[in-house]
Design a protein around this ligand. Structure first.
Ligand SMILES: [Zn+2]
Length: 262
């Protein structure tokens, strides 16, 4: 069942959608009229040769803070106000690391959330620290990337609480969100999250593989979509594909953490 990581991730994305749709965070809908004028210059500090064109891919922060929800939430898509064409880019794993990945991220100047496995962070904290210093938000992707439902509560707690501890120790900040390896979770996973102090299990609605954006439904990014890609050899073409798709579908990248209150 563990062979074929790509196929697993894609099928996990499909099931994650169904699993997450019933419990997606609600209560965050706001009147469109409360949206600020779109003149915010959130990336003024990004001074690269390419920032002029890439600036248009950065969404303004939400007009109003979302309301916190009780219990552990499974999130595959963020409910957003009408007219807020924001999407969220997330990058997982981190076993393949290349300074070129970092250079591309910095040049693009877009918000991302990274979900590195703790073993990768322990092996190379400087790589991820540089991403955080350029605005990436940190997430928890366990220590060893196990198939969580195969573990009991203690095992899942070890992977989730333990990863949070390692990330805190190595990077100086504690993540607020968890992404389950392969998108696989069960009721025990939610228990483990709660006991480790987490409120959000973050899924995805579109995935980038081999330079192509794959959708669970339709053929375009929709406002509120969470996009999954990976730190792997195809980073360059995957990153390009995500940015090109956003331009094509007239959406901008926002900060996931802004929409998931603590
Ligand atoms: Zn992973």
């Amino acid at each position: 069942m563990a062979q074929g990581a790509t196929a697993l991730l894609v099928s996990a994305a499909m099931s994650a959608c169904a699993a997450g749709s019933g419990s997606r965070a609600a209560g965050t809908t706001r009147a469109a009229s409360t949206q600020p004028a779109r003149s915010t210059t959130t990336v003024a500090a990004t001074t690269t040769a390419t920032s002029t064109t890439l600036e248009s891919l950065v969404a303004p922060p939400p007009a109003t803070a979302p309301t916190p929800m009780a219990g552990v939430q499974v999130v595959s898509k963020i409910p957003v106000a009408p007219g807020n064409r924001v999407v969220f880019l997330t990058i997982d794993d981190g076993l393949v690391r290349d300074p070129e990945f970092t250079r591309r991220f910095i040049a693009a100047g877009i918000p991302v959330t990274i979900f590195p496995v703790a073993t990768a962070v322990a092996a190379d904290p400087a790589f991820f620290a540089e991403w955080l210093s350029h605005g990436a938000v940190l997430g928890n992707h366990t220590i060893n990337h196990p198939n969580l439902p195969k573990l009991g509560l203690a095992g899942q707690q070890r992977e989730i609480c333990g990863a949070a501890d390692i990330l805190t120790q190595k990077l100086g900040q504690r993540p607020r969100f968890v992404r389950a390896p392969y998108g696989n979770y069960n009721a025990v996973t939610k228990q483990a999250l709660a006991s480790c102090g987490f409120k959000y299990l973050v899924y995805w609605h579109a995935a980038v593989n081999d330079g192509r954006v794959q959708f669970q439904a339709g053929s375009a990014l929709q406002p509120g979509d969470i996009i999954l890609m990976h730190f792997r050899k195809t980073f360059d073409i995957d990153f390009d594909a995500a940015l090109a798709q956003a331009r094509k579908d007239d959406v901008k990248f926002g900060v996931l953490a802004d929409y998931l209150p603590g």
